[in-house]
Ligand binder design. Structure first.
Ligand SMILES: Nc1nc2c(ncn2[C@@H]2O[C@H](COP(=O)(O)OP(=O)(O)OP(=O)(O)O)[C@@H](O)[C@H]2O)c(=O)[nH]1
Ligand SMILES: [Mg+2]
Length: 331
């Protein structure tokens, strides 16, 4: 059996709690202006950190009387086909009565499902409007935190019609709200609007959110010290080591994310970085960033979601976040 105790609390480092920029505020103002034009909001969140990549500011964009909302979790490829975590997530959404999908945005086949859902919402809209389609097309606003995959999704939706949106692995690639982009089969009248990723201002954020967002790439890569990011990753990995397995090798197989050549799990980030260092002159920051960039599967980046079911309620969490947002916005 693994004789190892993970840390149950992460040290309180002094880190920036927000990366909210002028173009993001401008985007929020533009959404207000666009409200009468779009019909459906696709809100993208990162499946690895569903709580941290849920942006309460984007709730204000949806007017339930006029808009439908579909949550799309990206990076489906980060988890195996079946996982108890994904089952729990489905239950939480059922609790919230929030419709959602999980996709790998880079693959057209996964995207076909979204296109079928959009067609279904389009049809619903037509039914509510005496069989009439919106004169300027059925418009879909794609929103979400930076780097969650909005532009990648739009390019995949375009398929052979060609890429139109710039994408990249750093947060903040899309800087302004796009014009309407045609997607789907010809003549279906569906248009998508790409938008810049919007983060949370400091008043609505905190250090644990920021750490999860940093690990998801939703903020500038070096905004939070890479050493601290690596330590947080180690903390989360250790919390998710499969206890009860006989050997570390088995544990490693289940969680293929633990750093190379491991003989024993550790809580010491220095030990991990030293193990990964390619030459003695490589800096801690550079080793940490290389490790952070490695793809790892099955790792949940919101620690609340690791709590036993009885100790965490998604409904309560969302209600508290919305209450706090309303209070802050009133000030
Ligand atoms: N593995 C994986 N990578 C993805 C997925 N979706 C997007 N990516 C990658 O994530 C990175 C960011 O994608 P973008 O489409 O530029 O993200 P964005 O939301 O438009 O980002 P901003 O414009 O900065 O707000 C790119 O490197 C994509 O290849 C996914 O489902 N799985
Ligand atoms: Mg983009």
């Amino acid at each position: 059996m693994l004789k190892f105790l993970p840390r149950f609390e992460f040290p309180r480092y002094n880190i920036p709690v927000a990366d909210f920029k002028g173009h993001q505020l401008k985007a929020l103002r533009r959404f207000e202006k666009l409200k009468p034009q779009f019909h459906l909001v696709l809100e993208l969140r990162d499946l690895r950190a569903p709580l941290s990549t849920r942006n309460v500011l984007l709730d204000q964009v949806v007017d339930k009387r006029h808009h439908e909302r579909l949550v799309v979790y990206t990076r489906r490829d980060s988890f195996p086909a079946t996982s108890p975590y994904l089952d729990r997530l489905s239950q939480w959404h059922a609790e919230l009565e929030e419709k959602f999908l999980m996709v790998d945005c880079r693959h057209r086949s996964a995207i076909n499902h979204i296109l079928r859902c959009i067609d279904w919402y389009h049809e619903l809209h037509r039914e509510k409007n005496y069989g009439l389609s919106p004169p300027l097309g059925f418009k879909v606003l794609v929103t979400g935190m930076p780097n969650v995959g909005k532009s990648t999704l739009i390019n995949s939706m375009r398929g052979s019609s060609g890429k139109v949106a710039r994408t990249g692995s750093e947060a903040g690639v899309t800087r302004s709200t796009s014009e309407s982009i045609k997607v789907g089969s010809s003549g279906n009248g569906v248009y998508i609007i790409d938008t810049p990723g919007v983060g949370l201002p400091a008043r609505l954020s905190d250090s644990s959110r920021m750490l999860a967002l940093a690990l998801c790439g939703c903020v500038k890569r070096t905004l939070v010290d890479p050493w601290i990011q690596a330590d947080y990753l180690l903390y989360l990995m250790n919390l998710q080591l499969p206890y009860g397995t006989d050997t570390v090798k088995q544990a490693e197989k289940t969680l293929s994310t633990y750093p190379g050549a491991i003989q024993h799990p550790t809580n010491d980030i220095e030990e991990v970085l030293n193990r990964l260092r390619r030459n003695p002159r490589e800096s801690d920051a550079s080793v940490a960033l290389r490790w952070l960039d490695e793809s790892r599967s099955g790792l949940v980046l919101d620690p609340e979601l690791l709590l036993p079911c009885a100790d965490f309620s998604m409904r309560q969490h969302v209600e508290q976040a919305l209450k706090r947002a309303r209070k802050v916005m009133r000030k």
